[in-house]
Ligand binder design. Structure first.
Ligand SMILES: NC(=O)c1ccc[n+]([C@@H]2O[C@H](COP(=O)([O-])OP(=O)(O)OC[C@H]3O[C@@H](n4cnc5c(N)ncnc54)[C@H](OP(=O)(O)O)[C@@H]3O)[C@@H](O)[C@H]2O)c1
Length: 419
């Protein structure tokens, strides 16, 4: 279902690697139909395999595996459900469907004696779902730190390395085909939140839904933030963070200052990386191409091969996705982290003392302050503050109080700091 970037790639791999795939399964995988919207478009498949009718696939008893690579929540979710209910195995690359409905679909598959695999839904060609469902099982996962959106990582890399502002880095990403005409899913962190919800559910054995993820996008970052970050020894990344703490699991997607010497800080361009911290493994880093026709086809075709092996040799009964006991989600207000603040203030004596008092009253201590560039005409200066560890709710209160100070023209930005 779907014969676009991913579906077209999958069809090609199945054709070009037919012999090798047949050898792995002992019987060939035959592509019987491809669901599309527009039959007239030129395709990698012969026209007699194309259909615009989902029932041609869902009601065909010869179809054992349905590969959903259409995207979007609906109608994809309905087709996946129908396929599972009809006793068909399913492979999907759909992060939205799996983030919102994954546990129900896994349970439905189990009830019907089949399976649904979704390796391509997070990190394109990077193996992530299978490692969480198999290789990390002996661990308690303490944390996940992930760069899982190539579009935003490309934009942030351009801003960091070339001093571009957000709008021009975005338009370059669009010209190169890395960002869509409507880029909001990427730049608002929605795509990353879907992927984090999927990974955190697996990692922490608790149901994490997209709406549980605290989410902030990248459009408020300016070239100045990148300049100051570099000066202070940091780089800025859109991080998806999942952490298991005593009070609960913390899940958040937001721009983050990362020390330049951290491996994740060196992940540039459209590349993705996921750092997993298991109590037994210690840190493990997955790095690679998180999107694109071939990397994503690699994950989809591997899922098809695995399911076809189950069909050929008898299914390996896998344990259900264990989501018990539920772990509470830690509210964002309870987060303790460090902060970068940038504000524009009146260039007058006593301003810094006022700001320090607001921070101090909220139990936030300052690690360093830089005063920058006086705008002589407007008689303003820019102040950059790095704090020590502070409570998010205290920081939010302090930000509101600082914005009300008569000598603070604007709190221009605040970014959380890791490490
Ligand atoms: N692109 C990537 O690098 C990548 C990476 C990881 C995961 N994914 C996921 O893979 C899925 C597919 O992405 P894509 O980039 O391949 O998308 P795409 O290039 O837009 O292809 C979508 C395909 O699905 C068909 N389609 C869409 N809605 C349909 C409907 N209602 N009925 C029938 N056919 C329909 C389209 O038909 P027409 O061709 O007739 O328009 C097209 O062939 C998405 O869930 C995406 O998030 C993509």
């Amino acid at each position: 279902m779907g014969l676009g970037v991913v579906g077209g790639g999958v069809a090609q791999v199945l054709r070009e690697r037919r012999e090798a795939i047949t050898a792995l399964i002992g019987t060939p995988v035959v592509l019987r139909h491809a669901l599309v919207r527009h039959r007239e478009k030129p395709r990698v498949l012969s026209p007699d395999l194309l259909t615009t009718q989902p029932k041609d696939i869902l009601y065909d008893p010869q179809v054992h595996i349905v590969v959903e690579v259409m995207g979007g929540e609906l109608p994809a979710l309905n087709y996946i459900r129908q396929a599972l209910e009809a006793g068909k195995y399913v492979v999907t690359a759909n992060k939205e469907v799996m983030a919102k409905h994954g546990p129900e679909l896994l349970a439905l598959a189990r009830e019907r004696g089949v399976d649904i695999r979704y390796e391509a839904s997070v990190g394109g060609g990077i193996p992530l779902i299978t490692p969480f469902r198999q290789d990390f099982l002996a661990n308690h996962i303490a944390a996940i730190y992930a760069i899982i959106n190539g579009t935003t990582n490309f934009i942030l890399t351009r801003m960091a390395q070339e001093g571009q502002d957000f709008a021009s880095a975005l338009s370059q990403a669009q010209k190169l085909g890395y960002a869509e005409a409507d880029p909001s899913n990427d730049i608002e962190g929605i795509d990353a939140a879907y992927k984090l919800a999927i990974l955190a559910t697996l990692a922490f054995h608790t149901r994490v839904r997209p709406q549980d993820v605290h989410r902030e996008g990248i459009s408020h970052l300016s070239a100045r933030d990148f300049r100051y970050a570099r000066e202070l020894g940091y780089t800025i990344k859109l991080l998806a963070i999942g952490r298991a703490e005593e009070e609960g699991v913390q899940v958040r997607v937001h721009p983050t200052f990362l020390p330049q010497d951290r491996l994740l800080a060196k992940v540039d361009g459209v590349f993705n990386a996921v750092q997993v911290e298991g109590d037994l493994t210690g840190p493990v880093l997955f790095y690679g191409q998180g999107a694109g026709s071939q990397p994503t086809s690699s994950a989809v075709v591997a899922d098809i091969i695995n399911l076809a092996q189950d069909l050929a040799f008898g299914p390996r009964r896998r344990p259900p996705l264990l989501l018990e006991p539920p772990i509470p989600l830690k509210p964002m207000a309870q987060l303790r982290t460090r902060y970068y603040l940038r504000m524009s203030v009146a260039d007058r004596p006593g301003v810094l003392a006022q700001i320090a008092r607001v921070l101090g009253d909220n139990q936030i201590s300052i690690a360093s302050v830089i005063q920058k560039e006086v705008d002589e005409a407007a008689q303003t200066a820019e102040i950059v503050i790095m704090t020590h560890l502070a409570l998010e709710e205290a920081m939010q209160r302090a930000l509101a109080e600082m914005a009300r100070l008569p000598k603070v023209a604007e709190v221009s930005n605040f970014v959380r700091v890791e490490g």
